[in-house]
Design a protein. Structure first.
Lengths: 639, 343, 189
C-alpha cells in the first residue's frame, strides 16, 4: 500500500534519476515518521532488529544477574543466603530467559537486521508480521519477569518436567506463567522464521543464485526451517500443560492413561533442535567473519552449506539423548547414541573449513577474529564432551550433574555467545556508523575467554565428583566447597567482560571512530550500504555478480533499475537463480501489529487465569487483525 | 528461633568429620567400586584422552595458521586471488581430517556399545531384588523375598551383599526422581506410572553415597541415601535384624518417649513395626537408629542431629513434609531417647 | 479518564499483590513457636438451625489465600486419612464436605475447631496429634472442596483417578447451616 495516493498515478521509476534526487525520494517513501507514534508503528527491519537486539541483551543481563545470585548462594556449602524456593525460581528464570528470551531471539534479531541487507533488498518480507513478532516477544518476556518480581516466576527449570510442573505439585500460577511465556516466544519465533524464509527465498538481489548466498543467510534459512518444525512441539506441550492445570485434562496423568514421558518427548523434540537453532546462526556468523579477517573467500563453501543442512536435519534425530536415564529400550538408546555421534561430523567439517581458511588467508587479529578463535578454543571442548554424553553408559554417570552444566555452557557460550560477541564487534559499525573501541575489545575478549573457561571448566570435575544439578546447596562434607568458591569468583570475571562490552558500546556510540560503509573491507552486500543504512537500505538494488560482490567488483557495484521509488516496492525473484520476476509492493508503517500484539497478550495472560480467555481473547485479537488486513485496494504486483 | 538454627549448624560442623569417616569418600564417579561404574570409568578415561588429543591437534592447527602472516597491503590487494597449490593441499588436509573424524566416531560408538553390553550383562543374574520408591524427599526401600516374613521396608539406607548382582526396581510416589550411586553405577529415573530397573554389583565392601539426580522440588539438594556393601555374612546378619520388629524402649525416658511418639502425631506418618505406630507417609522408623544418617542423608545420625531434626525440620530442610511438632523440651528429649534406641 | 486509568493501575497492583500472597511458600509459620497451644473458644455444640459460634482469628486469609498451604492441605487430607470417612469430600461414614450444608459451621475457623476438638458421632479430636498449621492447611483445603476459595488458589487435579472436577473447577457453594449428621448416627442426636 502507499500513503501517497496522488503519487500512484505518477509511477516514478529509479531509472533516470540521479543519486541525490533518488535519495530524497526514497527516504521520503521508506522513512519512519518521527515521534512516539512513528516509533510504535515502524515496520523498518533495521529498527525492529535493533530493538530486538537491545531487548535480548536486557534479558541477557537479567538472566546473568540471576546466575550471579546463584553463584553467590553456591559459593559456600550450606549457605543460608537463600532458601530453595528463591533458588529454584532463580535457576528456572536463568535457564528460561537464556534459552527462550535471549539465545533464540538474539540470533533472530541479528538476522532481522542483517539478512535483508545481505541479500540486497529494501525490507524484510512481511514487515508487519515481523513488527508483531517483536511486540509479542517483548510482552511475553516482560510478563514472566514482572511475574517473577511478584514471586510468581518459573520454578521448575527451563524444562518444567511434569509431574513437578503439573497440576498436583506446582501450586498457584507459577507454571502457568512459564507455559504462557513459552507460547509467547514461540509465536514470535515462528513469525520471524516465516519472514526470514520468505525474504531469503524471494527477495534476493538479482544474480544471487543459491550458490552465492552468504553463509550467514544460509544458516538463518536452515535455522528458520528448524524453528518451523521444532517450535510447534513445545507450543503443543506447553498448551497441554496449561490445559492439565487449568481445565483438568489428563495428558500427563498416568492414573488416567496419560504419561509424564510424553512431556519429555515433546519437550526435547523441540529442546534439542533448539540448541542447534542457537548454534547454526552462530556458525553462520563465524563463516561471515573469518573470510573478512583472512581477506579471502571461505574455504569449502559447498561443504559448509551441506554441513549446515545436515546439522539442521540431524538435530531432529537426537532428542532422546536427553532421556537416556528414563528407562527406554536399549536398542532405541543405541540408535540415538549413533545419531548423536553422527552430528559431530558436520560440526567437524565446519571447524576444519574455518581453520583451512585461516591457513590460506593469513588472518588479521582484530577483536571479531579474536572472538572467533576463542569460539574454536572453547566450542571444541564442548563438542568433545558432547560426544561423551552421546554415549549411553557415560551419560548415565554424568547426566544431570555439573558435568552436563559445563558441557552445555561450553556449547552455548563457547559455541553461540562468543560468535555473537564477535558479530557485535563486526557489525556494530554497520548498525551505528561507528567502530567499537579495539583496546576495550581486547579487554572484553580476554576477560570473557579466561573468565568463562576458569568458571566453567572446573564444573566438569564437580560433576564427576558427584555434584548434581539444580541443588540449592550442598553439604560441607562433600568437599565441593573450594571448587565452587573458585567458580563463583571466576563467574565475576566473566560477568565483568560483559560490563566492558556495555561500556564499550556506550562510549563508542558517542566517541567511536566513524566507520564508513565498509570498514573491514568485507565482501558481502550489507557493506555496500552506507553505515548506518538509510531506511531504504540501497539506493539502487545491487546485482550480485559473485559470492563476495564487493571483492569482485571493487570499483563500482553493478545495479539494477526499474523499481518504483514513490511507493514502497522491492524486487521479487525466483527461488534458485534469483532471476527478477515481480516488482512487489512492501507495506507501509502500521500501528496494528502493536495493537494485535496487545490483544494477543491479553488473551494469553487471561488464559492463565480462566479458560474463557481463549474465547474472548480470540475475539479481541480478531479486531486488530481485521483492521490490519483490511483490503485497501492495493495495486497488484507487477512483472 | 535463631538459637535453634545455631544449634543445627553446630551439630553439622561437629559431625562433619564423622560423616567423612562414615563414608569411604563422598559420592564420586571417579571412585568406582561397582562393576558398572568401573566399566564406565575406563571408557571415560579413554574418551577423555582421545578428546584431549583431538582438541590439542585442533588448537595447534589454529595457532599454526595465526603464525603465518603476510603484509596487509598484499592481502587487501586481491582477496579473490587463488593460489592453486595451497588450495589443493587444504582440500586434502580437510578431507583427511573429516575421514579421521568419521573413523574415530565409529570407534567411539563401538566402544560405547561394548560398555553398554558390560552394563547389560548383570541383567537377569540378580540374587536380590529391591523395590525403591521415591518420595519428596526421601527413599523408601523394600526388600523382596519369596518368603513373606523375610520381606521388610526401610528407608534411605540400602545394604547389599558384595559381589552379588542386585536388581533395584524403581518407582515414584509423586514426581520424577533419579537413583544415582556414582561409585557403583550410572543413574536411572523413578517415573510415576513406570517401573524402571537398575543393577548394582559392588566389587568391594564399603559405604557408597547416592543422591537424587533429577530435580524434584524444594529439597532436591537433600535427598540422599547410602548404599552399604557388606560381606555376605554381615549382610545376612543385617537383614535378619531388619526383619525383626522394633526393640522395646529401655529405660524410663525412652518409654516416655514412646508414649509421646504414639500420642503426639509421630505415628500418623511413621511406622515402627511392633508398636501401634503404622503411618505410611514418612520413612519406616523401626530400625532408624541402625542407619548412619537422618533426614535422607542430610545429617549424620546422632542424638544431637535427631533432636535438631525433630525440633525443627523446616530449619534443616525447608519445605520438607515433616512438620514441626510443638514439643516441650522434656517431650523432645524423651522422643529422641526413644528414637535413638530403635536400633 | 485519569481517574479510570489510576483505578486500573490500582486494580492491577491489587491483583499482583494478591498474587504475592497466593504464591508465598511459607514453610515455617511465624506462629510455630506457640504451636497448637493457642487459645481456642470451644464452640457451643449446637447443631441445627441456630448458627454456630464463629471465631475469627484473622488467620483465614493466610491459609485460604495461599496456594501452597491449600495444596499441602490436600496432601494431608489423604495422608491423615480424612478421606477414610469423608471420601474426597463426597461423604461416606462422615458427612460430605463439598456441599453447602455445615453442621458445625463452614468458616475456616469452624472447620479448624472441628478438626482440632472433634465432634460428636465419630469425628475424632486431633488436638495435639496434628500440628496447628497443618490443621489450618487441611481446613483451607476443605473450604476449597465446596468451591469457596479463589479459583487461582484452589488445588488443581491430582495425578490420580479423577472422578469429579478438581477443586479449582467447582462452582462455589457458600456454607449454610443445617447439615444433618448421617442417618446411622441420628439416634444419638
Amino acid at each position: 500500500m502507499t500513503s501517497h495516493p496522488a503519487d500512484m498515478t505518477k509511477d516514478l521509476r529509479d531509472t533516470d534519476l540521479d543519486d541525490p534526487t533518488l535519495d530524497g525520494i526514497l527516504a521520503r517513501t521508506w522513512e519512519t515518521p518521527r515521534g512516539f507514534y512513528g516509533w510504535l508503528a515502524t515496520v523498518d527491519h533495521k529498527m525492529v532488529g535493533r530493538r530486538y537486539i537491545v531487548t535480548a541483551f536486557v534479558f541477557l543481563a537479567l538472566a546473568g544477574l540471576a546466575a550471579l545470585a546463584m553463584r553467590l548462594q553456591l559459593s559456600v556449602p550450606e549457605n543460608s543466603l537463600m532458601g530453595p524456593d528463591l533458588y529454584n525460581q532463580l535457576f528456572s528464570m536463568h535457564g528460561t530467559t537464556m534459552m527462550f528470551l535471549f539465545a533464540v531471539p538474539v540470533m533472530e534479531a541479528v538476522a532481522v537486521y542483517l539478512v535483508p541487507l545481505m541479500v540486497g533488498t529494501r525490507n524484510i518480507a512481511f514487515p508487519r508480521l515481523n513488527a508483531f513478532s517483536y511486540w509479542v516477544y517483548l510482552f511475553g518476556g516482560a510478563m514472566i519477569w514482572i511475574a517473577f518480581a511478584f514471586n510468581t516466576g518459573a520454578e521448575n527449570g527451563w524444562f518444567s518436567y511434569v509431574p513437578l510442573a503439573g497440576p498436583e505439585f506446582s501450586f498457584g500460577k507459577r507454571s502457568d506463567f512459564w507455559a504462557q511465556m513459552v507460547t509467547f516466544t514461540e509465536v514470535s519465533a515462528l513469525a520471524v522464521a516465516v519472514s526470514l524464509i520468505a525474504t531469503i527465498f524471494k527477495q534476493r538481489a538479482p544474480g544471487m543464485s543459491l550458490d552465492r548466498i552468504p553463509l550467514f543467510v544460509w544458516a538463518m534459512l536452515v535455522t528458520s526451517f528448524a524453528i518451523m518444525f521444532a517450535m510447534p512441539a513445545v507450543m503443543i506441550s506447553s498448551t497441554m500443560l496449561i490445559l492439565d492445570r487449568l481445565v483438568g485434562t489428563q495428558f500427563f496423568n498416568p492414573a488416567e492413561g496419560g504419561d509424564p514421558l510424553l512431556w519429555q518427548h515433546l519437550f526435547w523434540f523441540f529442546g534439542h533442535p533448539e540448541v542447534y537453532i542457537i548454534f547454526i546462526p552462530a556458525t553462520g556468523m563465524v563463516s561471515a567473519i573469518v573470510p573478512t579477517f583472512c581477506q579471502r573467500p571461505i574455504f569449502g563453501y559447498q561443504a559448509l552449506v551441506l554441513a549446515l543442512i545436515a546439522i539442521g536435519f540431524l538435530s531432529f534425530g537426537l532428542w532422546v539423548h536427553h532421556m537416556f536415564a528414563t528407562g527406554l529400550p536399549q536398542l532405541g538408546e543405541s540408535f540415538f547414541t549413533a545419531s548423536s555421534m553422527l552430528i559431530a561430523i558436520p560440526s567437524g567439517i565446519q571447524i576444519f573449513c574455518w581453520i583451512a581458511t585461516l591457513w590460506l588467508g593469513r588472518p588479521i587479529l582484530k577483536t571479531p577474529l579474536l572472538f572467533v578463535l576463542g569460539f574454536i578454543f572453547t566450542f571444541v571442548i564442548g563438542g568433545l564432551t558432547g560426544v561423551m554424553v552421546a554415549s549411553v553408559p557415560l551419560d548415565l554417570q554424568v547426566h544431570d550433574t555439573y558435568f552436563v552444566v559445563a558441557h552445555f555452557h561450553y556449547v552455548l557460550i563457547g559455541g553461540a555467545v562468543f560468535p555473537l560477541l564477535s558479530a557485535i564487534y563486526y557489525w556494530f559499525p554497520k548498525i551505528s556508523g561507528r567502530m567499537l573501541d579495539e583496546r576495550l575489545g581486547r579487554w572484553n575478549f580476554w576477560l570473557a575467554v579466561i573468565g568463562f573457561n576458569a568458571a566453567f571448566f572446573p564444573m566438569h570435575l564437580l560433576g564427576l565428583e558427584g555434584m548434581p544439578r539444580r541443588v540449592y546447596t550442598y553439604p560441607a562434607a562433600s568437599g565441593w566447597g573450594e571448587v565452587n568458591l573458585f567458580i563463583s569468583l571466576m563467574s565475576v570475571v566473566f560477568a565483568a567482560s560483559f560490563a566492558v562490552l556495555g561500556w564499550n558500546v556506550v562510549r563508542s556510540l558517542r566517541h567511536g571512530i566513524v566507520a564508513g560503509p565498509n570498514p573491514w573491507n568485507a565482501g558481502t552486500l550489507e557493506w555496500a550500504a552506507p553505515s548506518p543504512p538509510p531506511p531504504y537500505n540501497f539506493l539502487r538494488i545491487p546485482y550480485a555478480s559473485h559470492r563476495e560482490p564487493l571483492w569482485n567488483d571493487r570499483d563500482s557495484l553493478p545495479v539494477v533499475s526499474g523499481l518504483r521509488v514513490d511507493a514502497r516496492e522491492l524486487l521479487s525473484g525466483s527461488l534458485a537463480e534469483a532471476t527478477p520476476e515481480l516488482r512487489e509492493s512492501s507495506v507501509d508503517n502500521s500501528i496494528w501489529p502493536l495493537l494485535a500484539a496487545i490483544a494477543t497478550t491479553a488473551a494469553f495472560v487471561g488464559s492463565i487465569f480462566t479458560p474463557s480467555a481463549v474465547v474472548w481473547g480470540g475475539l479481541l485479537a480478531a479486531i486488530p487483525l481485521i483492521a490490519w488486513f483490511w483490503p485497501k485496494g492495493n495495486p497488484e504486483d507487477e512483472e | 528461633m535463631s538459637g535453634r538454627a545455631g544449634n543445627v549448624r553446630f551439630v553439622l560442623v561437629v559431625s562433619a568429620p564423622l560423616g567423612l569417616t562414615a563414608c569411604n569418600v563422598w559420592q564420586s564417579a571417579l571412585d568406582a567400586h561397582g562393576q558398572s561404574a568401573e566399566a564406565v570409568l575406563r571408557q571415560f578415561y579413554g574418551f577423555t584422552a582421545l578428546s584431549a588429543g583431538i582438541w590439542l591437534l585442533v588448537i595447534f592447527a589454529m595457532i599454526g595458521a595465526l603464525r603465518r602472516r603476510r603484509s596487509l597491503a598484499e592481502r587487501l590487494a586481491a582477496p579473490l586471488e587463488r593460489r592453486s597449490r595451497p588450495e589443493a593441499f587444504a582440500t586434502i588436509a580437510v578431507s583427511t581430517a573429516i575421514g579421521l573424524t568419521a573413523a574415530i566416531l565409529i570407534g567411539l560408538t563401538t566402544w560405547s556399545f561394548m560398555t553398554g553390553r558390560t552394563l547389560a550383562s548383570l541383567r537377569g543374574r540378580e540374587t536380590l531384588t529391591l523395590l525403591v520408591t521415591g518420595d519428596q524427599w526421601w527413599w523408601q526401600v523394600r526388600y523382596e523375598d519369596s518368603q513373606a516374613n523375610r520381606t521388610f521396608t526401610t528407608a534411605n539406607e540400602i545394604h547389599i551383599p558384595v559381589g552379588q548382582p542386585v536388581k533395584v526396581k524403581l518407582e515414584s510416589n509423586d514426581v520424577i526422581h533419579s537413583f544415582w550411586v556414582p561409585s557403583l553405577a550410572g543413574k536411572e529415573d523413578l517415573i510415576p506410572g513406570h517401573q524402571n530397573e537398575i543393577y548394582l554389583k559392588a566389587e568391594r565392601p564399603g559405604v557408597y553415597r547416592g543422591q537424587c539426580a533429577e530435580f524434584c522440588g524444594y529439597q532436591h539438594a537433600h535427598m540422599s541415601f547410602l548404599v552399604v556393601a557388606d560381606e555376605i555374612p554381615d549382610f545376612e546378619a543385617w537383614r535378619s535384624r531388619q526383619v525383626a520388629t522394633a526393640a522395646s524402649p529401655t529405660g524410663e525416658e525412652a518409654a516416655a518417649g514412646q508414649r509421646v511418639f504414639l500420642s503426639r502425631g509421630c505415628s500418623i506418618c511413621h511406622t515402627v513395626r511392633g508398636t501401634p505406630a503404622g503411618g505410611k507417609v514418612g520413612p519406616d522408623l523401626t530400625h532408624v537408629a541402625s542407619r548412619k544418617t537422618v533426614a535422607a542423608g542430610t545429617l549424620p545420625l546422632s542424638r544431637g542431629s535427631l533432636a535438631a531434626w525433630i525440633a525443627d525440620p523446616q530449619a534443616i530442610k525447608p519445605g520438607t513434609n515433616m512438620p514441626r511438632v510443638a514439643l516441650d523440651p522434656d517431650e523432645l528429649n524423651a522422643v529422641v531417647a526413644y528414637v535413638a534406641g530403635l536400633q | 479518564m485519569m481517574r479510570s486509568a489510576a483505578s486500573t493501575v490500582l486494580l492491577a497492583a491489587l491483583l499482583l499483590t494478591s498474587g504475592c500472597e497466593r504464591e508465598k511458600r511459607e514453610f515455617k509459620s511465624e506462629r510455630a513457636e506457640s504451636g497448637d497451644r493457642d487459645e481456642v473458644a470451644l464452640s457451643s455444640l449446637s447443631p441445627g438451625a441456630t448458627p454456630p459460634q464463629v471465631a475469627t482469628s484473622g488467620r483465614a486469609a493466610t491459609f485460604e489465600g495461599n496456594a501452597y498451604h491449600v495444596a499441602q492441605g490436600k496432601r494431608l487430607f489423604t495422608w491423615f486419612n480424612c478421606n477414610g470417612c469423608h471420601a474426597m469430600g463426597g461423604g461416606d461414614s462422615g458427612p460430605p464436605l463439598m456441599d453447602d450444608k455445615w453442621i458445625y459451621g463452614g468458616t475456616i475457623e469452624n472447620i479448624v475447631a472441628t478438626i482440632r476438638e472433634g465432634r460428636p458421632n465419630g469425628m475424632p479430636s486431633f488436638r495435639g496429634k496434628i500440628p496447628d498449621d497443618q490443621i489450618w492447611e487441611i481446613a483451607a483445603f476443605v473450604r476449597s472442596m465446596g468451591g469457596n476459595l479463589s479459583k487461582n488458589v484452589a488445588p488443581q487435579r491430582n495425578d490420580d483417578l479423577n472422578p469429579f472436577p478438581a477443586e479449582n473447577r467447582r462452582p462455589p457453594s457458600p456454607p449454610t447451616t443445617g447439615g444433618q449428621p448421617l442417618p446411622a448416627s441420628r439416634g444419638t442426636q
